[in-house]
Structures are given as structure tokens and as C-alpha cells.
Ligand binder design. Structure first.
Ligand SMILES: [Zn+2]
Length: 541
């Protein structure tokens, strides 16, 4: 009898298959047979139950949404930390993970609640041995609760109703990395990214519908004008290890993010293509910050419980990896930061860096690419058609368009001068963490000025913007600036991001997002060339 009792108790405590959770720690999908996703209140209830009496957790607010909801971030550490200063003093790497940037894509939100309870109340406290974790399960709070059926057709009504994609100001928060119009974006940078400085950022999504054969696809922060080492480390070390471990532990296939076009290219396809390199996508901005980031995209066509399983397994294995290798990652990031600063100090005015990019293949193809097979047939009009089969096959050596080469480059300056009357530009840079100074006396700068001959604006609005592009040329220049003008010394950690934002020809800079339209229009760009108001200096005296 005693033996039996011990066995029962052992099963209760150690058998993960028999894990017992009180109702208050269960997510709303678990309680509803995965037909419903959590509302903001459901998430807060689980978060509050999970952090109650926890010696590791501290709840902070990222900020307020437009509708007044506080965006929760749970800080987990052993021993507990409550401020960025304490976190820094601990010397541990910080990992930041967020769910629900797009409210229709819900499994990140649900999986983070499950991991939260397992770390704080279950058997995963070991994930706090060597790292500090910040979880923001519900980044886009307002739109999450505007539930409606049919918003995400590729998810096939699993769960039945989901929230809206944009935030309540109407912005797609994952196109907002440069213009930072969303209250959430400002809050994320000002209250989380800049003060806490995570070594890794993970953004959890659901993909839009390609029938690849993976339960989840991933992408690193793509390499453009930043340092390459954080990209290489993510691509060569983190992602392959995590992918292997999830397959071994969970029997779930993960693979590289990509679209393919079987109708256009025929079947079997020869290539996959990733999305984009622009730092308006939060994950991509991280590379320019000399930090690592991972985009997670659960396979839309699987049911919610499967998408939760794959997202959960992916995040769990990332955290296992970072718990073991976090210090190595911090060292890679730190070296990248030092390299970026060194390049400015030693090579300003001499080297060029890309400002516009095109997608090119990686040197190595995907050896075995998983995809649903397509059946070729001919319809009654004699046209060839591809119909998707139910079977997953492996395609050999598929070219992976996941690299970016510069098509336009520009000289790396020592810094930029922003006229005193453009305080809004200076303030905007500061939101993202850029150090901006003010000239305390008149100064003379040598460098380059960009003369714009044409300002082109997109015909169709995108995110409320008719995006701008300039044509023109740089020329050497020598100018006086007044006390009170702003200057940005590029010898600082965010050098690469500043360059991408302030270069006039950048494909995703402040000019792109209309910050200078009024200036160009007031100066009659329609009729005559106009100097771009940000001066690029090589030397400032
Ligand atoms: Zn998304």
C-alpha cells in the first residue's frame, strides 16, 4: 500500500504527463477545447495567478494602449530582479519574448502563459539558472478583444474568433519599427528595449498560408547595413540547434521562413523567398542594434492546439539554448557593437555601407525542404493546374532567398547634424535609444551634403503613408553650424541603425516615412533642387 502511494505521489510530482494545474493556471484555449482564444482579462488572470507568491517573478507595465490597457511584461529571474539596473548588475543575459503583435495570430500569447506557469509554478525553473526572462504575452492588447469569426481564413476558424491585426490606432505594429507611431512601439523601445537591452528578441506570429511542410518557420534578424556576426550566430548556431532539439523532443518539424510560387515556377519549386529586410519589422531592426532576434511563424493551416504545441516547443528550446549559451551571445553582440563603433572611429568618410538592398540567395540551399506535394492536372480548358495533395515530401537543394545585397551604398560618416528647428527628428531618434547632443558653441563641419533633385511618393498609401524616395547626389561641403543645432556622433552603439534611418537614400529611413516631406515641399522641390537638411559630417570642430 505504501509502495503504491509513493508511486502515485511520484507520478503526481514528476510525471509530466500527469501534471496537475489548478484551473486558474490554465489558459482559456485549454479550458475551451481550443475553440476560443484568451481575452486580455483571461491573460491577466493567468499572469496574476502565475506570479502570485512567486519568488522569481515581477510584473511591470510596458505602457498604456490607446484604450488604456496596461501592457504586461513579466520579469523572471532567480534571484528576482525588479529594475533594469538590478538586471544589469546581475551580469545575466536578458531574453525578451512577445506574443500577439498581430492579434489574429494567437498561439504566442497562449504558449507564453503556459511557459510562465511552468517556469514559476512547474518544472522549468531551471530556465532561470543563467538568464533573465521578460515575457510580454499580449503586446497588442486592445485589438485582441475585438473578436470576430473569419478574420484569418488560412487558420480555418481555429480558434473560431480572433482579434484584429492592427492596433487600435490602425497601425500594423510590425511595420512600425522606424516611424514608431504606435503607442505600443514607443512603449516597447522606451520602457523595455532601451533600458533592459535584451540580447535576444523573439517575436511570435502565425504565417499567412503557404503550404510548406513545417509546423513552424523561423527567420533571424536579416543582415543589411549592420554587423554580420549576430545574424551568423543566430543562423548557424541557435536556429539549427533548436530545430534539431524540437524534432527530437517533440517530433515537430521546424524550418526556414519562406514563400514559394508553384503556379508561377511550376512544381516542384526550385526556390523559396523570405519576406523582407526592412527594419520597420521589429526583428530586422534588432540586427541594426547589434543584437539577435528571431521571427517565429506558426503554420497557419494547423489547428490551434498544434500551433500552440509548435510555438511552445520552439520557445522552450530557444530558452534552453539561451540558458546555456547566453553569455556567448552577449559576447557576440558586444563585439559587433565594438566593431560598429570602431568602423566609425577609424573609417568615417572612407567606407561605404548599403542603404538599399535586394534579396539574393544564401550560398547554401536548403538540403531537404519539406512541402505539401502538388498534383499536376489539366482542367477542361486544357490549362495546366497544380492541386495540393495531402502528402508532405522533401525537395532536394531548394535555393533559399534569405540574404540581402546592397544596390545603393553611401559613405559612412562620423555623424549627422540636425538643424535646431527639427527637434522632432532628434526626439524621434531618442525614442529608439539614439544619443543626440546639442552644439554648445558654433562649429564648423566638413563632410557631405545631399542635393535632392526629385522627391517621389508612392501612389497607394501604405500604413497611412505615401512613402517617399529621393533622387539626387552627395557633394563635399564645409559648413558652419550654430550653437543649439543637434548632432549625432555615430561612434555609439546604435551607429548602424542611425545610418539606416538618416541616410536620405535609405529604403526604410525617416525620409521614406515622410518625416521630410514638408521641408522639401516648402522649399519647392517641384521646381528646383533642395538640400537634404541633415548634414553628414566627417569632421566637426
Ligand atoms: Zn504576424
Amino acid at each position: 500500500m505504501k509502495k503504491l502511494l509513493t508511486l502515485v505521489l511520484l507520478t503526481f510530482f514528476f510525471g509530466s504527463q500527469a501534471q496537475q494545474w489548478p484551473m486558474e493556471l490554465l489558459t482559456h484555449p485549454e479550458k475551451t477545447g481550443y475553440r476560443e482564444t484568451s481575452t486580455y482579462q483571461h491573460v491577466m488572470d493567468v499572469v496574476n495567478a502565475a506570479i502570485k507568491d512567486s519568488q522569481y517573478a515581477h510584473l511591470i507595465s510596458m505602457g498604456q494602449s490607446k484604450e488604456g490597457k496596461s501592457i504586461p511584461v513579466v520579469v523572471m529571474a532567480n534571484p528576482k530582479v525588479t529594475t533594469p539596473e538590478e538586471a544589469k548588475a546581475s551580469g545575466k543575459p536578458i531574453i525578451y519574448i512577445q506574443g500577439n503583435i498581430h492579434s489574429g495570430e494567437v498561439e504566442g500569447k497562449e504558449s507564453l502563459q503556459i511557459l510562465l506557469r511552468e517556469i514559476l509554478k512547474g518544472d522549468k525553473a531551471n530556465l532561470l539558472d543563467n538568464q533573465i526572462l521578460l515575457f510580454a504575452p499580449i503586446y497588442n492588447t486592445d485589438s485582441n478583444d475585438k473578436l470576430e469569426q473569419g478574420r484569418r481564413p488560412s487558420q480555418e476558424d481555429s480558434p473560431i474568433e480572433v482579434g484584429e491585426r492592427p492596433n487600435s490606432q490602425g497601425w500594423d505594429l510590425n511595420r512600425d519599427g522606424i516611424k514608431a507611431e504606435g503607442l505600443e512601439t514607443k512603449a516597447l523601445f522606451q520602457n523595455i528595449i532601451v533600458p533592459w537591452d535584451p540580447a535576444l528578441f523573439v517575436d511570435l506570429h502565425t504565417t499567412n498560408g503557404v503550404w510548406h511542410g513545417y509546423s513552424l518557420t523561423w527567420a533571424p534578424s536579416y543582415h543589411t547595413a549592420g554587423e554580420k556576426a549576430p545574424f551568423d550566430y543566430t543562423w548557424d548556431n541557435i536556429l539549427p540547434t533548436v530545430t534539431d532539439n524540437v524534432l527530437e523532443e517533440d517530433g515537430i518539424y521546424l524550418g526556414p521562413y519562406g514563400y514559394f510560387y508553384e503556379r508561377r515556377e511550376g512544381w516542384p519549386i526550385k526556390s523559396i523567398y523570405t519576406y523582407n529586410h526592412h527594419p520597420r519589422y521589429l526583428v530586422n531592426q534588432f540586427g541594426l542594434r547589434n543584437r539577435m532576434a528571431i521571427l517565429s511563424e506558426a503554420f497557419a493551416h494547423e489547428r490551434l492546439y498544434q500551433r500552440m504545441a509548435s510555438t511552445y516547443a520552439f520557445v522552450r528550446e530557444i530558452l534552453e539554448y539561451t540558458n546555456e549559451h547566453g553569455n556567448e551571445m552577449v559576447a557576440v553582440n558586444k563585439k559587433a557593437e565594438e566593431d560598429a563603433i570602431k568602423l566609425v572611429m577609424e573609417q568615417a568618410g572612407k567606407v561605404q555601407k548599403g542603404v538599399r538592398f535586394e534579396m539574393v540567395p544564401l550560398p547554401n540551399p536548403v538540403k531537404k525542404y519539406r512541402a505539401y506535394n502538388y498534383l499536376k492536372t489539366t482542367n477542361e480548358n486544357g490549362q495546366e493546374r497544380y492541386l495540393r495533395s495531402r502528402e508532405i515530401i522533401e525537395l532536394d537543394n531548394v535555393t533559399n532567398y534569405s540574404a540581402f545585397n546592397p544596390t545603393v551604398s553611401s559613405t559612412l560618416p562620423r555623424g549627422y547634424i540636425i538643424p535646431a528647428d527639427m527637434a522632432d527628428i532628434a526626439a524621434h531618434l531618442q525614442i529608439l535609444g539614439v544619443k543626440v547632443d546639442t552644439l554648445t558653441k558654433n562649429a564648423r563641419a566638413t563632410g557631405e551634403v545631399f542635393t535632392a533633385t526629385k522627391l517621389e511618393k508612392g501612389q497607394r498609401p501604405f500604413e497611412g503613408h505615401n512613402m517617399a524616395t529621393v533622387e539626387g547626389e552627395f557633394s563635399s561641403s564645409n559648413k558652419r553650424f550654430k550653437k543649439g543645432d543637434f548632432y549625432v556622433d555615430l561612434a555609439q552603439p546604435l551607429a548602424n541603425l542611425i545610418f539606416y534611418m538618416l541616410e536620405p537614400q535609405s529604403d526604410d529611413g525617416l525620409l521614406t516615412w515622410n518625416f521630410f516631406d514638408a521641408y522639401f515641399e516648402q522649399n519647392n522641390i517641384e521646381e528646383k533642387p533642395v538640400e537634404y537638411p541633415i548634414f553628414k559630417y566627417f569632421d566637426l570642430k
